[in-house]
Design a protein around this ligand. Structure first.
Ligand code: FAD
Length: 309
């Protein structure tokens, strides 16, 4: 039994999402190999080889892997899939772009967003926006799995894996990289942040979101938002937390002026400590909050920020 993890990286460093995926792979019970498909990605391979639990790092380097085009990476995975009982990727935009293609080409069912490995063929995954947990058993010869990264500990250092270069597949030629438009921010990445300050429709406008910034600055927090705030154009859509946004599980989640709709809770209720600020004492967010402050956010947030001073 051997598991293959598809590494998410940018040719310079491994993305944090790869680390919990390795932990899930190790829990499947066999050896763990890591595939790095990229271009001039030697530093990534060296970092990966030092991770605990990885026995082999397979490096496929070619210019057409430089930008992570899913068609090419899926073809590379397919070329080596025959050696594996499990193939895993993080349930990030990157993993979700690649793995369904591999599943289709192998004609097996993908098991999406697992939160627990119950056995080599049995996995738990949330359904109904996280309101129920399904236990699924796969009878496919190879299990294709995306991993909800907030549900597993990150793999740590302590390994000394062999790095092996493998033959890259050719360019599929069915897609081309055009440009990447990414928002620049000095704040931590939302899904990896230790603290998240999230705002909802209660903020009333995009300008009013600036009231959250000093609080986020003091806490070194990432900023998030509800879908209502995103749909209203208050903040960019990559801030959205929830069922159709990002899944986060920080040490501290501060929910400001958001009601706590079930679809929002699906993305943050596994946070270690939840603080809610809302003027409605019956807002559903208080049902998951460890600490609740009932009142006007425009008074409470500046006060809280001062107290943290
Ligand atoms: C298929 C589907 C997927 C969805 N996916 C997501 C998702 O991924 N993420 C998501 O967030 N939502 C999602 N939604 C939308 C979700 O159902 C809610 O509509 C949304 O989360 C509500 O956002 P909100 O809490 O900001 O707004 P509201 O529900 O309008 O809540 C605003 C809150 O602000 C409080 N408030 C107002 N003024 C103040 C003030 N001055 N001080 C303090 N409190 C104040 C109010 O009491 C209220 O509780 C989805 C919906 C569907 C149908």
């Amino acid at each position: 039994m051997t598991a293959l993890v598809i590494a998410e990286h940018d040719n310079a460093s491994l993305k944090a999402s790869t680390l919990p995926t390795l932990t899930a792979a190790a829990q499947c019970g066999g050896e763990v190999h890591l595939l790095i498909a990229g271009h001039q990605c030697g530093a990534v391979a060296a970092a990966a080889a030092a991770l605990a639990g990885v026995s082999r790092v397979l490096v496929a380097e070619a210019p057409h892997f430089a930008d992570g085009l899913a068609e090419n990476i899926a073809a590379q995975v397919l070329a080596i899939a025959g050696s594996y009982t499990h193939i895993l990727a993080p349930a990030s935009a990157y993993g979700k772009n690649i793995l369904p293609r591999v599943a289709a080409l192998l004609d097996v069912a993908q098991i999406s967003e697992i939160t627990r490995v119950a056995g080599p063929d049995t996995f738990e995954r949330p359904i109904y926006a996280g309101n129920a947990i399904a236990t699924v058993r796969s009878i496919d010869p190879v299990k294709l799995i995306t991993v909800r990264t907030t549900a597993f500990e990150a793999a740590g250092p302590g390994g000394a894996a062999a790095i092996e270069r493998i033959a890259p597949v050719g360019d599929a030629g069915t897609s081309a990289f055009v440009a990447r438009a990414s928002a620049r921010s000095d704040r931590p990445e939302l899904t990896a942040a230790r603290v998240v300050v999230s705002g909802g429709r209660g903020l009333g406008s995009g300008e009013n979101f600036s009231i959250l910034e000093p609080l986020a600055d003091k806490l070194g927090a990432a900023m998030g938002a509800s879908r209502a705030a995103v749909d209203a154009g208050f903040v960019p859509n990559d801030w959205q937390v929830g069922q159709t946004g990002k899944i986060v599980a920080p040490q501290l989640y501060i929910a400001v002026g958001l009601s706590g709709a079930i679809q929002h809770l699906a993305g943050m209720k596994d946070s270690k400590t939840i603080v809610a600020i809302n003027k409605d004492p019956d807002a559903p967010i208080f049902s998951v909050a460890d600490y609740g402050i009932v009142g006007d956010l425009f008074e409470i947030v500046p006060q809280l920020t001062r107290e943290l001073g």
